[in-house]
Write a protein that binds this ligand. Sequence first.
Ligand code: ZN
Length: 246
Amino acid sequence: MTRCLVVADIHSNLVALDAVLDETSGSGGVDEIWVLGDVVGYGPDPSECIDRLREYRCVCVAGNHDLGVVGSVDLAAFNPDAAQACLWTRGVLGSTDLAFLRSLPLRKDRGPFLLVHGSPREPAWEYIVSATQARDALQGVGQARHVFVGHTHVSALFAVGDDGRVLAQPVHDGMVVGLGKSRFLINPGAVGQPRDGDPRAAYAVLDDVVGTISFHRVEYDVDRVSTTIRARGLPAWLGSRLHLGY
Ligand code: ZN
């Protein structure tokens, strides 16, 4: 493995996912794709997104929406729009797609990297937003040196030095960080429903040979996706919020 695309929170947004895949294949391609959960939920194209992950043989963990769709967690834990979208998704997916979602593990080790959706201690639910949480997350992961998470829908990078100090580094499009001696907790941001005010799809590329992680944003046709969301009978807000990057 040399170059690896790392994505999270695709949320049935095929147009955004394809924009990410097109951009990465146009910039040298990648050897592996890691998906940090929430493949489905919210968006209009769940089956097509699952197809894409199978086509690319992605390494994937489960997110809370994936678990909600297959009934492994109670939909009462979701906000009403999210629960409605989970029920809609359950109704349109075939048995093979549902089996794919059921097969997803909560955590996956990949060399020195641990992949989870939320956090190592609460893979489906915990939002890591603070340096303290990031340090705690890195302390409880056994063999793994670095942790990739999604779930917040906001790109983030926390570096923990040998002295235990944690640095939260602001992330921007095109930023490249050397993995060096620190341990990192990395959130690539969301492909299908970013929540940092920037509607562009977010992703990260890990170069395991050079030892860098880079952060990227790519535009996609938000109008098309929000129109499809309404046409499918999903809550209109789920389309509107894509324009806001929220
Ligand atoms: Zn999500």
